[in-house]
Write a protein that binds this ligand. Structure first.
Ligand code: UD1
Ligand code: CA
Length: 449
């Protein structure tokens, strides 16, 4: 048996009230459609075909290059959407899995089980269904003696069908030939004036084809995102999954409900994450770290035993035992080696701070290399930019930079040197030297009178 998948993603998503196409709205940092494509990867279908329409270029720009798609110029309904793939699938005799781009909570396990169910029962069609206490908005599954007769959409539902709690999740597997033959027969004579994929079920059922529904235990998995309320709910569920997985693996989350960790983040055991922390992108954190409240870490590598408080860290590397914050900002390409300390209101960018460097207060270090155990006094600034170009500052080992020093790059300070507080350093300072540049202090006694 062979399988191809079709993903419906051409719709406007009117109910989202958004200028962004629905399927690229992010759920915990990842567009919904990307999530669907990721789980489809596990099924290893021969081909995944997207149906795109509304703002398709905007959608394609968010996907990997080379995805296979067809265009639905006018969005005339889910059935019409599938019909656009007919040309591509005309010689194909295998099975077709259909999923919607707006069900981001679906898991690969469910898709695999569903496909097994379809194959195991030699069906013409299988529908993935779920139970909802409040089924409003979903298509209802009408059955007789366990056999599916039809799916009735909310707008067409009468009092009796409205009470049915088993609903269509928008995920189906069809025999390809049966599907496209039936699609030729659907019309748009319904409340929405659309061609519904769901009408195919009644047609196949009348032709005595075997159709079964596969009821999913966890209905939260098939939540369809149609509004921004749904979007927030979906994100909450995905975060819960990630947080639970992390805790199972030994991470300590003080309050999971206010901890925002994206899917690809890795965290080692006994690291403690405090409330209101955001960890994003491709971030890797070691063991026994403390990440305190109001911290945001993006695409960074943090080793073990690191303590970070109320700080922002972007695309940076932090080695074992470093302490950061409160209120520090590591901008891209900051590299803090072992036991570095970065304190209050310190900003770093494209700089390497060797082992044991300390910059405790109110400092900017950009385009700088700073040697082991050097101490940077409060208010020090590497003046790396002359309005046109950026220049480097090189500071050696065991240097003491006095408070309020301006290091006007390009400039170098040698090992074991000392810079007097308040200096503006424009010339290189050799090893073992004192560099100081400040105007002489004047005292006029009795001046006040
Ligand atoms: C659909 C089902 C409903 C099911 C629900 C599950 C139909 C008629 N109804 O309703 O039974 O319970 O999903 O979430 O299928 N799309 C296109 N082209 C179009 C219209 C839609 O590609 O012309 C895409 C949308 O981008 C979306 C998906 O199809 O990804 C579903 O469309 P949507 O309008 O959200 O359908 P529902 O009303 O939720
Ligand atoms: Ca939907």
């Amino acid at each position: 048996m062979s399988l191809k998948a079709v993903v419906l993603a051409a719709g406007k998503g009117t109910r989202m009230k958004s200028s962004i196409p629905k399927v690229i709205h992010s759920v915990n940092g990842k567009p919904m459609l990307v999530r669907i494509l990721e789980i489809l990867d596990f099924l290893k279908a021969e081909e995944n075909i997207l149906i795109l329409g509304y703002k398709k270029d905007e959608i394609l720009s968010r996907l990997e290059k080379g995805v296979s798609y067809v265009v639905q110029e006018e969005q005339l309904g889910t059935g019409h959407a599938i019909l656009q793939a007919k040309e591509k699938l005309k010689d194909y005799t295998g099975d077709v899995l259909i999923v919607c781009g707006d069900t981001p909570l679906l898991t690969k396990e469910t898709l695999e089980d569903f496909y097994e169910f379809y194959k195991g029962n030699s069906l013409s069609a299988a529908i993935l269904t779920a139970h909802f206490e409040n089924p409003f908005g979903y298509g209802r599954i009408v059955k007789e003696h366990g056999k599916v007769l039809k799916i009735v959409e909310e707008k067409e539902a009468n009092e009796y069908t409205k009470k049915i709690k088993e609903v269509n999740t928008g995920v189906y597997i069809f025999n390809s030939q049966d599907l496209f033959k039936a699609l030729e027969k659907i019309d748009n004579k319904n409340e929405k004036g659309e061609y519904y994929i769901t009408d195919v079920i009644e047609i196949l059922s009348r032709e005595e084809k075997s159709i079964l529904s596969y009821l999913l235990e966890d209905n939260r998995e098939v939540l369809g995102v149609n509004s921004k309320i749904d979007l927030a709910l979906a994100a909450k569920i995905i975060r819960e999954r990630k947080n639970n997985k992390l805790m199972e693996d030994g991470v300590i989350l003080i309050d999971p409900s206010t901890t925002y960790i994206e899917d690809d983040v890795k965290i080692g055991k006994d690291t403690v994450i405090y409330p209101n922390v955001f960890i994003e992108g491709n971030t890797d954190i070691g063991e026994e770290c403390e990440i305190l409240s109001n911290t945001r870490i993006i695409d960074s590598k943090i080793a073990s035993n690191v303590r970070i408080e109320a700080s922002v860290i972007e695309e940076s590397i932090v080695e074992n035992g470093a302490t950061i914050g409160p209120f520090a900002h590591l901008r891209p390409k900051s590299h803090l080696k072992e036991n570095v300390h970065i304190g209050n209101f310190v900003e770093t960018k494209k700089s390497v701070l060797e082992k044991g460097v300390k910059a405790g207060h109110l400092t900017y270090l950009g385009d700088a290399n700073i040697g082991e155990k050097t101490n940077i006094g409060a208010g020090t600034i590497t003046c790396n930019y002359d309005g046109v170009n950026k220049f480097k500052t090189e500071i050696g080992k065991n240097v003491f930079i006095g408070s309020d020093t301006m290091l006007v790059a390009p400039v170098a300070v040698g090992d074991n040197s000392l810079i007097g507080a308040g200096s503006v350093i424009t010339k290189n300072v050799p090893n073992d030297s004192l560099g100081v540049s400040r105007s002489k202090q004047i005292i006029k006694e009795g001046w006040k009178k």
